[in-house]
Design a binder for this molecule. Structure first.
Ligand code: GRF
Length: 200
């Protein structure tokens, strides 16, 4: 997993793994671009290998992407999950893990990509926002959508209250989406993820 901050989604995924809700998946490595990321301590406590790879380790964005891809490859990583990783990953990184990088975003994409999605939703005045798990492509928050869940925006919501309700949903759908992707039986068809065995 790639993180930059507190790591609450990481914690939800670690919990899912320990409860057997991620069949076929194992959390082998947590990488942060920031040494202060709270999620690193959570991973260490759980006995998961951690690594800090600062952007200062590479002279350019492209070089950072290559270094990160090589670092993961060298450890045999085949599937990458981003949770609050505050760097845009370019074509070189995406090509190193084709259809094998997921991200979670705190809005119903394609609405409100980028930073402060919850604030964007409030300022726009929407009645519904939510969370999205999607495949990562070099375009920001724009890859094929794996799973979404709506969250109602209430009259008295502020950024903190809306973010908290969206975060609770993130913690449910991210492990579920990872499990679903790891189970296979899907293909990417343009922008759409097609599920072979989906009943609905
Ligand atoms: C989450 O809201 C996620 O959707 C966004 O960044 C936040 C990360 O939170 N991309 P955490 O570090 O998982 O607690």
């Amino acid at each position: 997993m790639l993180i930059s901050g507190r790591g609450s989604n990481l914690a939800a995924i670690m919990r899912a793994a320990s409860e057997g809700r991620l069949p076929g998946g194992r959390l082998d490595l947590v990488v942060s671009n920031r040494a202060e990321a709270g999620g690193l301590a959570l991973a260490r406590e759980a006995g998961i290998e951690t690594l800090v790879l600062s952007q200062r380790a590479a002279p350019s964005r492209e070089a950072y992407d290559s270094l990160l891809a090589e670092t993961l490859r060298a450890r045999g990583i085949g599937f990458v999950c981003l949770a609050g990783f505050m760097r845009l990953l370019g074509p070189a990184f995406c090509a190193a893990f084709p259809d094998a990088i997921l991200n979670i975003h705190p809005s119903l994409l394609p609405a409100f990509p980028g930073l402060d999605a919850q604030r964007q939703a409030l300022e726009h005045g929407v009645g519904v926002s939510g969370a999205t798990v999607h495949f990562v492509t070099p375009e920001l928050d724009a890859g094929p959508i794996v799973m979404q869940r709506a969250v109602e925006v209430r009259d008295h919501d502020d950024v903190a209250s809306l973010s908290a309700r969206i975060l609770a949903v993130e913690h449910e759908i991210y492990p579920a989406a990872i499990a679903r992707v790891l189970a296979g039986g899907w293909r990417i068809d343009g922008r759409r993820v097609r599920w072979e065995s989906r009943a609905d």
